[in-house]
Design a protein around this ligand. Structure first.
Ligand SMILES: *Cc1c(COP(=O)(O)O)cnc(C)c1O
Length: 370
């Protein structure tokens, strides 16, 4: 090993990935504790009860208003972009794009031959683009937390939008980690491998009555919608606590455990404060170093769940990341397409704030010796 970090500096757990992210040991052990679930039919009570627990737990955790429903399906958040393109955008979408993920959804609706050209409001990575009312737009879309850059935006309806326009919030890395008032949005969608510390492959969405009505109307019209991407089909299946096709049962087990863990510790308020404490530590540390600085300029836009720290050009972040990895500190690399000399740190609820502090001490140790 090129450099050994003293063990008393190392975090207890070295997983700081932005997704997939740290899975707690208890979640994995739960797979052994729940006989009669793994390897059983997703149409029978053991698995359906698990899905029911997840749906009720997510609704409670995120404070779903009356009439909102927790819906799920296979394919992760990327599949939900196609579901939304097909079933939630009637004629024209507007997107806030300030990083890879917001940009990907914008490309999905822009390419759809049955929609008018999407409006895309862009901002430089490291800042936040804001949706603005425009006539004829019936669906507005923005990330809650842009995982590729570490910038976050509050969930807020677009002032003066046309009546009935929907807001679609990509909360893949924000749900369960950032505060939210769901009355402010119509689709708050996410996947389990970020703040919920489970495994990938599913999408979940908390949908408003308006979103479900929109899907029913669009799907009753002439548009061809593959069954796998039909939101009304997903709603019908979710109401029966199942998915259209076979889900990864292990993901459900770990997700259910994480939701219970969060609720047992004080719910979303507890989780959000824990992430914010980790983030405060990381940003304060960076600001106190003359060779490191938070990438996101405006403090209010600095994500309290995925932190991005630029390093001075004289310090090779790739080398720092490689040494950290050799010492068991994993996945603090910048988003590949961003191409910056940067560390990116996932500070989801499962990550101990003390471990984030230990990580910063390890970076100091490595940089001092380069
Ligand atoms: C990870 C991520 C996605 C993609 O999620 P998948 O489940 O891998 O499709 C989408 N949006 C954001 C903001 C993400 O962080």
């Amino acid at each position: 090993m090129a450099m050994t970090i003293p063990s008393d500096l190392l975090p207890a757990d070295g997983r700081f990935g932005s997704g997939p992210s740290k899975v707690r040991g208890e979640q994995v052990r739960r797979l052994l504790d729940v006989p009669a679930v793994m390897g059983t039919s997703h149409r029978r009570p053991p698995v359906r009860n698990l899905v029911a627990r997840i749906r009720a737990g997510v609704a409670e955790l995120l404070g779903a208003p009356d009439g909102y429903e927790v819906v799920l399906g296979n394919g992760g958040s990327t599949a939900f972009w196609d579901v939304a393109t097909l079933c939630l955008v009637e004629r024209r979408a507007q997107h806030a794009s300030f990083g890879e993920f917001g940009g990907k959804f914008a490309r999905a609706t822009s390419r759809a031959p049955f929609l008018e050209d999407s409006q895309v409001i862009e901002a430089e990575p490291g800042s936040v683009a804001h949706l603005t009312a425009a006539g004829g737009v019936d669906a507005y879309a923005t990330p809650h937390n842009e995982t590729s850059t570490g910038a976050m935006a509050p969930v807020r309806r677009v002032a003066d939008a046309d009546d009935g326009a929907l807001l679609l919030t990509d909360a893949t890395s924000g749900a369960g980690a950032l505060p939210v008032d769901l009355t402010e949005t119509d689709a708050y969608y996410f996947a389990p491998q970020k703040a919920f510390g489970a495994d990938g492959g599913l999408w979940l969405a908390v949908l408003s009555p308006a979103a479900m009505e929109r899907a029913a109307r669009v799907e009753a019209g002439g548009r061809w919608i593959p069954e796998f991407l039909s939101l009304t089909t997903a709603v019908e299946n979710s109401r029966k606590d199942q998915t259209l096709n076979t889900p990864a049962v292990a993901t459900l087990v770990m997700l259910a455990d994480q939701v219970d863990w969060m609720l047992g510790n004080g719910g979303l308020d507890w989780a959000a404060k824990r992430c914010a404490a980790s983030a405060q530590n990381l940003y304060d540390w960076a600001e106190a170093r003359d060779w490191a600085s938070p990438f996101v300029t405006r403090p209010a836009e600095r994500s309290t769940v995925v932190g991005t720290i630029d390093l001075d050009p004289g310090i090779d972040a790739g080398k720092v990341i490689a040494i950290l990895a050799e010492n068991g500190i994993q996945d603090v690399f910048a988003y590949r397409k961003l191409g910056r000399n940067q560390l990116r740190v996932g500070m989801y609820p499962a990550v101990e704030p003390d471990d984030v502090a230990a990580l910063t001490a390890c970076v100091d140790h490595v940089v001092d010796r380069l």
